[in-house]
Design a protein around this ligand. Sequence first.
Ligand code: GDD
Ligand code: MG
Length: 360
Amino acid sequence: MTEAILLVGGKGTRLRPLTVHTPKPMVPAAGVPFLTHQLARARAAGVEHIVLATSYLAEVFEPYFGDGSELGLHLEYVTEVEPLGTGGAIRNVASRLHSAPEDPVLIFNGDILTGLDIRALVATHETSGADVSLHLTRVDDPRAYGLVPTDDTGRVQAFLEKPQTPEEIVTDQINAGAYVFRRSVIDTIPEGRPVSVERETFPELLASGAHLQGMVDSTYWLDLGTPQAFVRGSADLVLGRAPSPAVPGRRGDRLVLPTAEVAADAKLTGGTVVGAGARIGAGARIAGSTVLEGAVVEPGAVVTDSLIGAGAHIGARTVLSGAVVGDGARVGADNELRDGIRVWCGAELADGSVRFSSDQ
Ligand code: GDD
Ligand code: MG
């Protein structure tokens, strides 16, 4: 049985303020900490043993997931004293693996929502005889990712992490953040210092003639590293566009968790999720958005593609579009917040203090 490593130690800087008190994989998507979806999908693909490589806010994972038995998993946690980077984190958990030297070990970035056929990636690894196999996907703008050109047999020719110059943009195939490593390759990563698997391990393996195999798969794929992507991913889970066995309810236009209160004439659409204990007032319209637990949306507010943090308060008739409101923040009535604006945790905006004008 294949075992897996999940990399969940990143700081989630681009997701702030959601990640000020909560590590990115623990921010709720479709009603449960995002990591639950990845764990449940791995379990559904036959993985039973998963080691979580933690660093930033490491202490919150184990109290929530425990030994993993509720998900049918055996979970272990290994925390880095200082962040070791992606490769260092993989090396740091090697002693917990049960696999023999030739066995395949799955490794996942902890912020990817995908319909990847995990068994197919392992099968590709085994039939190609590769040292490392990588899930690849195609994106319109590859610059924020690891570029992975392959030959016509799928063999990886180069690995270019976050290219800086136009000449480096040689393909639209990117590293989708799921790998199979031959276990013995993990043991060759240097120990006890930061290592980037993308900037160091993959280029060095290629230079030494190792066989890296790419598997392009155009299934649903999203890196939830930004607030816009996070909200989109949560909505896609609710809508059923992104597959997960862990969505707590039926797929559809909305997901309202138990103990939430939604006024009869409020409209929830586009995969909106309303967390436990949250309240949505009369006539509010919420589309494609995430309302975390205990948040309050007052009557007549209009919320689109936005994320409202736990216990935050949105005043009457306020308009949010592409906005992020941190945990416990209070946005007064008659405000208008758009286009990636972020209200920090606990901040307060008075009634009518922010407006968009269409004049000029
Ligand atoms: N334990 C541990 N320690 N985990 C870490 C560390 C660390 O020091 N640094 C990052 N991680 C984890 C993050 O939590 C995340 O799950 C994963 O490693 C990748 O880090 P990100 O910070 O999300 O990287 P990225 O999104 O910029 O780029 C990566 O993902 C892209 C696909 O989304 C790279 O792997 C790219 O090549 C790839 O295209
Ligand atoms: Mg990422």
